[in-house]
Write a protein that binds this ligand. Structure first.
Ligand code: LMR
Length: 396
């Protein structure tokens, strides 16, 4: 039977990590996958996470199944992190949150639930969007439609074009929005733009589906939730997928959450029962370790501070690397202005190179990035900056 399956190319993002690992060039630079790295090129275990792991080992007395929604304490703490302490939708008991295997798990479970509620529902995604959104959400049966977002010529959001399209989205369709640190462009909506989008979605009855994979990497833990909290306060239904891979550095532990805002408490109870039947049919219950660590950290004021201080340093380091990259690139040539990179947020920016130029960087300099010329800024370091900037300029 399996002879019918053709060989597929490597994943456009994860495949880069494998190619990078196999590269023997000592000068190699990994700007591919969105993974935070320190100056030594290491993805560190965050201090609060290491501390929580010790506590978890000391405290855990059983490996019996966790409840299907995951750690109840973790879900409650995660809701505070997402919505803040006194969000009206939470107070009205309209929100249900489950723990998921990473942000991908949250996206997929959400897509399965939407498919149950409204088979073949249309979900509008930004152009461009994260490469994995399309297979992850599309293969659950959602119909993916597109709205313009990033303008490669101005290196910024084409808000007029975005609005023109979302003003035409039919009532009851969903729109996928990135809460912060838009992947792959790094270009985020301003507060005024979020307000405007919320007006349109409210008026047209379009349901926001918000992917928040980088809370804390944009402007700050609170600041990055502006659009999400606004939508959850104003609209009857909102879907929120969250990943803790980046902000807790828990990539391999697969920790995420899916939080749904329903129109009222009764619908929330029914929706939650459906949600748990979706996850039972997919994987029964999520892995415990990552969520247990989040539970420990968020229930300790001391560890929460250690964690958020370290996250602040990570965010500031990336912002500093952005400024240094702009200075290096603009200092080496006058033909192109790369200042936009310093205005963007989160892990990613597009360099604006052709596929040929990207391939040349890989074959001649062992510098890895996706074919779209998306770079993971966190993969840079002071030490590598000169090498990378000169290589980029050489292929321009
Ligand atoms: C990325 O975009 O590089 C990250 O979100 C990692 C991934 O799974 O693609």
């Amino acid at each position: 039977m399996f002879e019918s399956l053709p060989l597929l190319p490597a994943d456009p993002i994860l495949g880069l990590s494998i190619a990078y690992a196999n590269d023997t060039n000592p000068n190699k630079v990994d700007l591919g996958v969105g993974v935070y790295k320190n100056d030594a090129g290491i993805t560190p275990i965050m201090k609060a996470v290491a501390e929580a792991e010790k506590l978890r080992i000391a405290r855990e007395t059983s490996k019996a199944y966790t409840p299907p929604a995951g750690y109840p304490g973790a879900n409650e703490a995660v809701m505070k992190l997402i919505y803040g302490a006194d969000h009206p939708a939470v107070a009205a008991k309209r929100v249900r949150t489950i723990q998921t295997p990473g942000g991908c798990g949250a996206l997929r479970v959400a897509a399965e639930l939407i498919q149950r509620a409204k088979p073949g529902a249309s979900l509008w995604v930004s152009i461009p969007t994260w490469a994995n959104h399309v297979p992850l959400l599309g293969s659950a049966g959602l119909k993916l439609r597109e709205y313009p977002y990033y303008d490669y010529s101005t290196h910024s959001i084409d808000f007029a074009a975005m609005l023109a399209t979302i003003n035409e989205i039919p009532r009851g369709d969903l729109i996928l929005l990135h809460a912060c640190c838009h992947n792959p462009s790094g270009a985020d909506l301003s507060r005024a733009q979020w307000d405007h989008v919320a007006d349109v979605l409210e008026a047209r009855g379009v349901i926001p589906f918000i992917d928040m994979a980088y809370q804390g990497f944009g402007e700050g833990l609170e600041e990055d939730t502006y659009g999400l909290r606004l939508m959850a306060a104003r609209l009857p239904e909102v879907v929120i997928a969250t990943s803790f891979s980046k902000n807790f550095g828990l990539y391999r532990e697969r920790a995420g959450s899916l939080s749904l805002v329903f129109a009222d408490e009764q619908q929330a109870n029914a929706g939650n029962s459906q949600l748990l039947s979706v996850t039972r049919a997919l994987y029964s219950m999520p892995p415990a370790h990552g969520a247990a660590l989040i539970d420990i950290i968020l229930h300790s004021d001391e560890l929460t501070k250690v964690w958020s201080d370290e996250l602040t340093l990570m965010r500031e380091r990336i912002a500093g690397l952005r400024v240094q990259l702009v200075q290096s690139l603009n200092g080496l040539q006058q033909g192109r202005d790369f200042s936009f990179i310093a205005q963007e947020r989160g892990m990613f920016s597009f360099l604006g190179l052709s596929v040929e130029q990207v391939h040349k960087l890989k074959s001649e300099y062992s510098i890895y990035m996706t074919d779209t010329s998306r770079i993971s800024v966190a993969g840079l370091s002071k030490e590598k900056m000169d090498y990378v900037a000169k290589a980029i300029v050489s292929v321009l």
